[in-house]
Design a protein around this ligand. Structure first.
Ligand code: BG6
Length: 288
């Protein structure tokens, strides 16, 4: 018997093994979902009669020392490579840590299930709240438990499932300047929607606007409303980078893009002792 078995509710909240990892599968009246204890990683959110909003690679590892490729990895306390330690895991340690599942609550009307996870990563303490319901709501609270001001980067690195990336437009970032991570160039706002025509890896700065991923192939729009997040990352690996990634299929790039709710680089967070910062997003789908 595992400590989390007490949260089990027949046909609603069930714990399963997925590769070497433990996951929880939920079924509400309005959606299904899956979340792993490893990384507190949301891997699936599927409203009834809809396709999954989230993409997970068929080639993903499901192992304690590897991140899951897809869903919503939590990148913390640094983004990409660690500037001081090239051996440290890319995108920080949170996504490859085993989180403590503190609570699971099925709402009375069976419309939603809420999860609370905790993780101590000194000098920080993390609390992650996830609600699967009519929308997918995620919220990460970071507390500085030390007696000195600390800085950190964070990204809720959501992978969205797409009909085809070339049938998609991303709206909401037109007014933001961005760093093209491939060339290192900082661009002023371009005043038009993002369309994918090549490998794309951008950090948009100083933007809190809601984002729409308009997928004309599937006739749906994914709306992302975020808070506590001054940056947004947009990523698609395209053909060659897909081939270089061992945990990503060569032909999967057309069927995903990442739009990440973030606070990174110029927008990293500075946190005085005992203070907290909360970052989060609500993801919902509508028909177009
Ligand atoms: C994105 C970065 O956030 O994550 C990309 O902007 C990176 O540069 C991608 O390739 C995937 O990172 P990882 O560590 O999961 O392979």
């Amino acid at each position: 018997m595992k400590y989390w078995d007490r949260f089990q509710v027949p046909n609603r909240i069930q714990f399963v093994k997925f590769g070497d990892l433990n996951a929880c599968e939920i079924t509400t009246d309005v959606c299904t979902g899956r979340i792993f204890l490893h990384g507190a990683h949301v891997a699936s959110y599927r409203p009834v009669n809809e396709r999954d909003l989230l993409f997970t690679s068929q080639s993903s590892a499901f192992a304690p020392d590897r991140p899951i490729r897809g869903g919503v990895p939590i990148c913390f306390p640094w983004f990409a490579a660690n500037q001081n330690d090239p051996q440290a895991p890319a995108h920080g340690t949170a996504r490859v840590s085993l989180w403590e599942l503190q609570n699971v609550q099925l709402a009375e009307e069976h419309q939603s299930v809420a999860f609370t996870f905790g993780l101590a990563l000194p000098p920080f303490r993390l609390l992650y709240e996830v609600e699967f319901g009519p929308a997918l709501k995620i919220r990460l609270t970071v507390t500085n438990t030390s007696d000195q001001t600390q800085t950190f980067e964070v990204a809720l690195h959501s992978y969205f499932s797409l009909s085809h990336v070339q049938q998609v437009e991303v709206l909401g970032l037109q007014k933001a300047r961005f760093l093209d991570q491939l060339s290192g160039t900082l661009y002023p706002p371009v005043q038009r929607a993002i369309r994918f025509t090549q490998e794309t890896d951008r950090i948009y700065y100083d933007t809190t606007d809601a984002i729409q991923i308009v997928d004309s192939g599937w006739g749906r729009c994914i709306q992302i409303e975020k808070f506590g997040s001054p940056s947004t990352v947009v990523w698609n690996p395209w053909i060659e980078k897909s081939q270089r990634m061992s945990d990503f299929g060569d032909n999967e790039w057309p069927h995903m893009c990442c739009v990440e709710t973030a606070a990174i680089r110029q927008n990293q967070i500075e946190l005085p002792p005992d203070e907290s910062h909360t970052i989060g997003a609500t993801h919902a789908v509508s028909h177009i």
